[in-house]
Design a protein around this ligand. Structure first.
Ligand SMILES: [Ca+2]
Ligand SMILES: [Ca+2]
Length: 337
C-alpha cells in the first residue's frame, strides 16, 4: 500500500498546472496516479520557465546568399547634337546614344556594354566598316571605339553617377563616317553583360543621305576658231565626290551668250563631256560622251559609296560662221540618285 500525498501539496501542484476545481476533484479521486500526472505537468512547466530566463539565449550566425540578377535594358534612345530625341542621324555628325539599364543586384554588377550599329547590308556579327558596321564599348577601362571606324567622343560620354542603385543611364557620344550607308534600315543592337549574364535589345535607326562634290576649276575657258572642235583649256577637270549612297554625276548647261553682241549664242548642244580625252571616239572608252542640254543629264553613272575623284573632259564645237567675241554661260554639275 502507498500513502496518498497530502491534499495541500496535490492542490498546489494542480493549481500550477492550471487545473480547475472540477479537474482538481478528479485528481483527488484518482489518488497517487493522478498525483504523478500533476507532478509531471509541474516539472514540465518549471522546465519551460527556466528556458525563458533572460541571459540564457544563444546566437546563431546567419549567412544570406544573394543570387545574381540578370541585367535588363529598359531603353535605347538616340539624341541629336542638341540632345533632342530623334530616329535619324546625319553621317559625319555627332549624336548621343542613351542606354537605360537595370540590374537588381545593383549597377556595380554591370561589367560591359556594347553598342553595335549595322546597316541592312551587314549583320550583328559582321565585320566593322565605315559603310555598314560600327562597334562601341564601355567596360571597367572606360569607353572605347572597339570597331575602329567612326568616332567616340569620350569626354561627352557618361556613366550613372551612383552605381549602388539598380537603374541608370550610360551615354555614348558617337559619330558615324560620312560614307555610312544611307538607309532607314539600320539597327542599333545593345548588349549588356554582368558577372554571369548577357542580355540584348535593339531598335531601328535611319542614316540620312550625304553627298559632297567639288570641282578643281573655278571656270572653264575655250579658245578656237569657227568650225573647230576644241577642248577646254582646263582639261582634265578633276571632280572630287563623297556620298553614302550610289550616285550619278549629272550636268546641265545654259546657252553661252556673246558678251559684245548677245544675238550670237552657243547652244548647250555644242558642248560635250566625256571621261576620256578623245572627242567622238569610234569605239568609246569608259562611259559614253554626253552632249549637253539645259536638262540635267547623267555623265558618270553608278559612282560607288565613299569618296573618290574622276577626270572629266569638256569639248565645244564652235559654230561656223560665227562672230569672234567672248561668250559666257554656266555648266552645273551635281550628284543625283
Ligand atoms: Ca546582375
Ligand atoms: Ca568615254
Amino acid at each position: 500500500m502507498t500513502s496518498p500525498l497530502p491534499e495541500e501539496i496535490l492542490k498546489m501542484q494542480g493549481s500550477y498546472c492550471g487545473l480547475h476545481d472540477e479537474e482538481w476533484g478528479f485528481v483527488k479521486r484518482v489518488g497517487r496516479r493522478g498525483c504523478m500526472v500533476v507532478a509531471l505537468c509541474w516539472t514540465l512547466w518549471l522546465s519551460m520557465l527556466g528556458s525563458l530566463t533572460p541571459g540564457k539565449g544563444e546566437e546563431i550566425p546567419v549567412v544570406a546568399y544573394i543570387g545574381n540578377a540578370e541585367p535588363q535594358i529598359l531603353g535605347i534612345q538616340v539624341l541629336d547634337e542638341s540632345a533632342k530625341p530623334t530616329n535619324s542621324i546625319d553621317p559625319g555628325s555627332g549624336f548621343f546614344l542613351d542606354i537605360l539599364v537595370r540590374d537588381n543586384n545593383t549597377l556595380a554588377d554591370v561589367a560591359r556594354i556594347r553598342a553595335i550599329l549595322y546597316s541592312p547590308s551587314s549583320s550583328p556579327g559582321g565585320a566593322n566598316s565605315e559603310q555598314d558596321h560600327y562597334t562601341f564599348r564601355w567596360d571597367s577601362s572606360g569607353f572605347a571605339n572597339e570597331g575602329g571606324v567612326g568616332s567616340i567622343t569620350v569626354p561627352q560620354c557618361s556613366v550613372p553617377s551612383d552605381r549602388t542603385v539598380a537603374q541608370g543611364t550610360w551615354r555614348f557620344a558617337l559619330k558615324l563616317s560620312k560614307n555610312a550607308r544611307q538607309s532607314a534600315g539600320w539597327t542599333i543592337l545593345v548588349r549588356v553583360e554582368d558577372e554571369a549574364n548577357l542580355t540584348q535589345s535593339s531598335r531601328a535607326l535611319e542614316v540620312t543621305s550625304f553627298v559632297s562634290l567639288t570641282i578643281d576649276a573655278s571656270q572653264i575657258t575655250f579658245s578656237g576658231s569657227p568650225g573647230q572642235v576644241v577642248a577646254a583649256n582646263q582639261n582634265p577637270i578633276l571632280v572630287n565626290y563623297a556620298s553614302n549612297h550610289i550616285v550619278n554625276l549629272a550636268c546641265s548647261c545654259t546657252q553661252f551668250i556673246g558678251v559684245l553682241d548677245s544675238h550670237f549664242v552657243i547652244d548647250p548642244s555644242s558642248f560635250s563631256v566625256d571621261d576620256d580625252p578623245v572627242h567622238s571616239q569610234a569605239q568609246e572608252t569608259g562611259q559614253a560622251e554626253v552632249t549637253l542640254s539645259t536638262q540635267r543629264l547623267d555623265i558618270l553613272v553608278g559612282l560607288p559609296i565613299g569618296t573618290g575623284s574622276r577626270n572629266l573632259y569638256v569639248f565645244v564645237s564652235i559654230p561656223e560662221p560665227f562672230l569672234d567675241q567672248d561668250y559666257r554661260g554656266t555648266m552645273n554639275f551635281e550628284l543625283s540618285s
